[in-house]
Design a protein around this ligand. Structure first.
Ligand code: AMP
Length: 179
C-alpha cells in the first residue's frame, strides 16, 4: 500500500470549493488532478498498487466522476468497465437501487447482463462521503451475480461514515486521500 506521504502531491491537486452544490458542503474537486498528467498517473499508479494483480474482471464505475478514472484503471488491471448510471441514461433493460446522498437522494442503474454471473467486480468512484452511493452500487453488483472484490476511491471523508458502513458489511475499501 502506498505511504500517505508519497501522496502529498495529489492532495495539492484537489481543490476545495466551499458551499457547492449547497451551503455547508465542502466540495472536493478532482478536476485539477485529472488535468495534471503526472498527478493522474500517480493516482492511477497508487490505485493499481492497492489491487492484487489479476483479481478483477470488471471495474464498475459510478457516474460521473468514477467514469473519468475507470477506463484507465481497468486497462491497467486487464479488466472491463461497466457504467453505473443515474436513472434513464442506460438504453437497455436495467436493475436499479434507490439511495440517499450527502445532499439529496438518487437512484443508480446498471444494465441487466452487464457482466457474466460470478465476475469479480471492483467498484470505483472519486469520493466516498455517507456511503449511500457506494452501498447502492455494491448491492447492484451483488444482485447482478457479481463477486464484489472491493471499493476504491481517490478520497474518503471518514467523518461522514461511508467507509465504516462498507467495513460493517464486510466489504473492503481503500481511498488514496482522507479529508
Ligand atoms: P455519498 O453517497 O454520500 O458517499 O456521496 C458520494 C458521491 O457524491 C460521490 O459520487 C461523490 O462524487 C459525490 N460527493 C459527495 N460529497 C462530496 C463532496 N464533499 N465533494 C465532492 N463530491 C462529493
Amino acid at each position: 500500500m502506498t505511504h500517505p506521504s508519497d501522496l502529498a502531491p495529489l492532495r495539492s491537486l484537489i481543490r476545495t470549493i466551499p458551499d457547492f452544490p449547497e451551503p455547508g458542503i465542502q466540495f472536493r474537486d478532482i478536476t485539477p488532478l485529472l488535468a495534471d498528467a503526472r498527478g493522474l498517473t500517480q493516482a492511477l499508479d497508487a490505485l493499481e498498487r492497492s489491487i492484487e494483480p489479476a483479481s478483477v474482471d470488471i471495474v464498475a464505475a459510478i457516474e460521473a466522476r468514477g467514469f473519468l478514472l475507470a477506463g484507465a484503471l481497468a486497462q491497467r488491471l486487464g479488466a472491463g468497465v461497466v457504467p453505473v448510471r443515474k436513472p434513464g441514461k442506460l438504453p437497455g433493460p436495467t436493475l436499479g437501487v434507490d439511495y440517499a446522498l450527502e445532499y439529496g437522494s438518487d437512484r443508480l442503474e446498471m444494465h441487466v447482463g452487464a457482466f457474466a454471473s460470478g465476475s469479480r467486480v471492483l467498484v470505483l468512484d472519486d469520493l466516498i462521503a455517507t456511503g449511500g452511493t457506494a452501498v447502492a452500487c455494491g448491492e447492484l453488483v451483488e444482485r447482478a451475480g457479481g463477486q464484489l472484490i472491493g471499493f476504491r476511491f481517490l478520497i474518503d471523508l471518514p467523518a461522514l461514515g461511508g467507509s465504516a458502513l462498507l467495513a460493517a458489511r464486510g466489504w473492503g475499501s481503500h481511498a488514496l486521500l482522507r479529508y
